[in-house]
Ligand binder design. Sequence first.
Ligand SMILES: [Zn+2]
Length: 273
Amino acid sequence: MIKPQLMTKTATRHKLRLFDTHCHFDFDEFAASFSEQMSVATQAHVEKIIIPSVGLSNWLRVKNLATQYPVTLRYALGFHPYFLEHFSDEQLQLLEDELSQRESACVAVGECGLDAMVAVDASLQERVFIAQLAMAQHAHLPLILHSRKTHNRLLQLIKQHRFTQGGVLHAFSGSEQQARQFIDLGFKIGVGGVITYPRANKTRQAISQLPIESLVLETDAPDMPLFGRQGEANHPKYLIHVLEELAVLRDTNKEKLASQLWANSIELFRIDE
Ligand SMILES: [Zn+2]
């Protein structure tokens, strides 16, 4: 006969746990009923969430949320390339100060990177990105990378500046070869709603071929709605559907997949469980 205690242990081991490595949970869409949104996410198996910041405007907000929900929430500090309108060089010093006094809930630098599709001066984007690369290296923190049509330039900069702390290439879309170049530099690939779109053939094909150790899940909520939910705000509660699609793509069982992806995320962000 199995002792009740052992049965509980087995049940815990097989419980599905999901890690949303990129969710803008501090955005206004979720503010009105935040505690309810949190429990909806938790009920949908999402047990950890990283909230990346976009700049000075929301550092305090993401920090406060992580303090209020210390079990589930972690955060990252940085400058998103979309939000450089009010940027000034003194802000870099503020980031450096924040990182040097950080709490353990601050697990990365980001969201940072480059975007060739926005009307923000490219040389300013690069300057701000390079500064963050150096700070993350110095603080021994991984990066949460944003890249739109800038994969090659980011690869060059990461190599040139000898960045070795790894990170995640968030909301990946691209070819297997591009993903592998980031993996070779110690990065993981953020798998989100993109793979639920039948037309995203190249990305779906790439994700199906990459080493499983190099993948992590994310929603990018409230952005990047899943296929069939276009026009709706995305939510971490839908992360399970990304997992299910990934299990189909890789022809594997979702429980096994979930536990591997959980382990990848914990390792990448050096989280003490
Ligand atoms: Zn984002």
